[in-house]
Design a protein around this ligand. Sequence first.
Ligand code: FAD
Length: 424
Amino acid sequence: MSASPRAAINRFDPLAGRYARLTARDRKCDVMRNDPGVTMGGTALVAVGARRSRRVVILGGGIGGLAAAVALRQRGFEVHVFERASTIAEVGAGLQVGPNAVKVLYALGLKEALHRSAFEPTNMVSIKWDDASLRHRVPLKAIASKQYGAPYMTAHRAHIQAMLHEALPDGVITLDASCVGADTRGQIAVARFADGREVEGDVVVGADGIRSAIRAQHFGADRPRFTEMMCWRCMVPIEHMPTKFGLNGSVELARGEYFGWLGPNGHVICYPIGKGDMLNLFCRHVTDQWVAGWNEALLGIFRHVEHVFKWGIHDRDPMPEWRRGRVTLLGDAAHPTMPTLAQGGNMAIEDGYVLARNLARHGDDIETGLRAYVAERQPRTARVTLQSRQQFANNRKVPPPPFLDRTWIFTFDATREEDVRQMA
Ligand SMILES: Cc1cc2nc3c(=O)[nH]c(=O)nc-3n(C[C@H](O)[C@H](O)[C@H](O)COP(=O)(O)OP(=O)(O)OC[C@H]3O[C@@H](n4cnc5c(N)ncnc54)[C@H](O)[C@@H]3O)c2cc1C
């Protein structure tokens, strides 16, 4: 009788002389057991034996870390992801996947998986916060592919995370691994963990989010700036979405539309996710006390909410440099971005692709590859970060100016060399 996968994970392997000391709660997360080049030595985990293909150690299994892992593996790198949480999971909230990130996911071979996991809203509708009058309605599904080169999609975060996770083979991810630092030692990069272990690779990538330990170590331990914006994220079944509101029901909404309510100091974005069967609500406001006076149709949706996730929104100024020796940053660790343009995760996905391309292009010259990665990504992500901040300021004006143009963000294709050259 063959052992179950879970039993196999926890079994001591006498041939390899090691034991899965980390709690391997997920069959995919068993790097120590599967990797013949990595063994346990006392409290330290050290690489042994002949050097094989170039190894990239990624710290953080969020959207950025996982997208980078998929992209690097596609280019032939050996990749290990270390995540401090006990599971690879995302909160119950939505994620807007702009055409720029969709192009990258297609290039990673995830087109079918993405279309299974994500929804394509038909129109973007803007509604006034109090009387629910229509501000404007613009087509999205009909124009996005023609105008931007790929669809604009919305998804449950957990589905995107699962899609990336599924694209990785067993053994790539180690859970319960909290990194405390990373250093360059001669020709190798070494990640250090809270329990004293060390893991080495040719490159270490800090994809450990806005409070990145790697960023703090190499670029200073300043705290992210609180923007005064709070946000609440929740979901309701789509049948609770009103289809008529405004004066005498004059505004009609169809299922499948993306709609936003814009009011003083806050707004509420609603979009379908899954197969269009759930409505994701993303509510941002600069104070805690804010529902009074908002349109009854919106408050009616809120009454069906069961679970709410509350966030404080923070950001940081763009950094000119994200690399020290063979250690680099990616995603929110490098460039946390306010969610006003819904691009932070999209930028992290682009980062992973560009990192893989540059490391592959420069072969053994790792540091040149990392320099090229930062040179390519820093200007674009800084511009997105600053425009997100400007959009936040605009949203607070009464009346709000037209939404800032995002065409330059959406049309960009990180997988095309011409677009990359234009950025330079
Ligand atoms: C309210 C809100 C709405 C948003 N909406 C959108 C949107 O619609 N579209 C979009 O593109 N972006 C959106 N964003 C931004 C997006 O969520 C982030 O930009 C994205 O999650 C960044 O991904 P990441 O992988 O860099 O970081 P994270 O998602 O933060 O992942 C970091 C990972 O590293 C792990 N980790 C942390 N420290 C350690 C450590 N020391 N050792 C090991 N592991 C560690 C964490 O557990 C986590 O799994 C939104 C953000 C917010 C707050």
